[in-house]
Design a protein around this ligand. Structure first.
Ligand code: AMP
Length: 178
């Protein structure tokens, strides 16, 4: 399936979780067998033969995608989780969402210095989540080769911020407006 066909499988829910937000619901895409397989393949494809050592996925939808992409690339998976969920010693970063603030953590021994990292999430809006995750990876000495998303909301500016942080941003599709 091409990315246009994948875009047709994303459901839009207006005013969720609060008025004014157009929620791009990827559950309808990932529950579709061919759609999920193509999503994983198309997200992983720019990173074949790049020497990626680990995929970092952001809770929670980044886990579904990141685990499958890590398998596809033949590397391990590292979770970045919401505060208080990881059992071992962590480092943390606070960040702003399109709707609210939160804190992300990573195990302090999850990445070795110099490892080549791909960050994965379902969607980039403001880029706040990506920025926080990238700070965690960099603090551990990881070398971020790129970030992969299903959806970019270019008018909100996150993908531009991602590039400004020096992280190549790959998304399968964009939705105009917010
Ligand atoms: P941001 O930090 O603003 O780039 O927001 C990205 C995170 O928030 C991702 O993990 C998304 O799952 C979620 N998110 C933000 N805005 C939306 C939206 N309009 N539709 C679906 N998910 C969103």
């Amino acid at each position: 399936m091409n990315n246009e066909e994948l875009k047709a499988l994303v459901r839009t829910i207006p005013d969720y979780p609060k008025p004014g937000i157009m929620f791009r619901d990827v559950t309808t895409l990932i529950s579709h067998g061919d759609g999920f397989r193509a999503t994983i393949n198309n997200m992983a494809e720019p990173f074949f033969e790049r020497g990626i050592n680990a995929v970092v996925g952001i809770e929670a939808r980044g886990f579904i995608l990141g685990g499958a992409i890590a398998d596809k690339l033949g590397v391990g998976f590292v979770p970045v989780r919401k505060k208080g969920k990881l059992p071992f010693e962590t480092i943390s970063q606070t960040y702003e969402l399109e709707y609210g603030t939160d804190e992300l953590e990573i195990h302090k021994d999850a990445i070795d210095a110099g490892e080549k990292i791909l960050i994965v999430d379902d969607l980039i809006a403001t880029g706040g989540t990506l920025e926080a995750a990238s700070k965690l990876v960099k603090e551990l000495g990881g070398d971020i080769l790129g970030a992969a998303f299903i959806v970019d909301l270019p008018d909100i500016g996150g993908s531009q911020k991602c590039e400004q942080l020096g992280i190549p941003c790959h998304a399968l599709m964009a939705f105009e407006g917010d």
